[in-house]
Design a protein around this ligand. Sequence first.
Ligand code: NIG
Length: 386
Amino acid sequence: MATTVITGIGELTTNDDALGTLADAALVLDGDRVAWVGTAANAPDADERIDVAGRAVLPGWVDSHTHLIFAGDRTAEFAARMAGRPYQAGGIAVTVDATRAATDEELAANLRAHLDEAAAQGTTCAETKTGYGLTVADELRSAKLAAAEADEVTFLGAHLVPPGTDADSYVDLVCGEMLDAVAPHVGWCDVFCEHGAFDAEQSRRVLEAAKARGLGLRVHGNQLRQGPGVQLAVELGAASVDHCTYLSESDVDALAGSETVATLLPACDLSTRQPLPDARALLEAGATVALASNCNPGSSYTSSMAYCVTTAVLQMRMTVEEAVRAATLGGAKALRRDSGEGAVGVLREGARADVHVLDAPSTTWLAYRPGVPLTHAVWRKGRRIR
Ligand code: NIG
């Protein structure tokens, strides 16, 4: 198998505790794995040599929260929001109608286009969710289409109670026939635990039914107000609780004392005119923080992880190092892919060869030059895709 040495790296962010951040570094890729990391002067020979002329290199972004099985767009809803209307999760039903009406080919092409758009900006590992189908047949087809393309797939049948349906009967359907159909195609189950969507008891039922089928858990929680999402996620050992916009002190303490990652979605908070989450409180308490795009047509229509990092630094008082780590290793932890052979979000021997080269001398430029596209080159599983 061909090997490649990437040399002339001005700043190499490895996210590996022993390696740290290296200057004048090099990286060897062998097939789909990282084979060697160290200083350029000590780099072994390889079949191909690429000199990145002092640029910064980091692991590819790990986007642990997207909703990319959808059709249509919600431009009018966005414009109304910018004119002062509040965000209402009920807009999800508009996307549900468009998604049900789309063909498999249309949904697959839309998913592929968004994953390619993200990859061109340095995203090399992405999770995506179902949740715009909300019938057994539509959730099943969403799960199958997602499984063909995304690194990780999450079942979100409990995204919204379909209009005109009794909530408890819908939860019965999700916990029974829908999970039975979808579980073989997904690794995760999520629930939108929020006023107007699913309450604590309904959310618990969905999560326990998923756990009984061997799925990992994640929760949409505390997006629009304080609520039970964070505590439920921690109690049930969810890998992540996503949004975390409105946290009480006991929510922060619960996250800090747990393995549950607090996944922050700043692009969504800006697009829905919500406050930004208190990342500093979480970090200072010792919680693990991830940043993700939440790319979806309603609340956050961006695939740009760089935008999330820039926002986290400029407006959430995260340092560049904290924000970059949250958007790479933090996402990997949220997906439980941060260790062992083929780990993502980290550059060390044996990790997946997912490499992002910036057209910048350091990652600091992600915040220093906000809005400027800085992706120079990207390798995913050892294959150069940009
Ligand atoms: O994470 N909060 C629930 N789900 C999505 C919103 C999806 C939509 O508005 O279409 C979110 O923001």
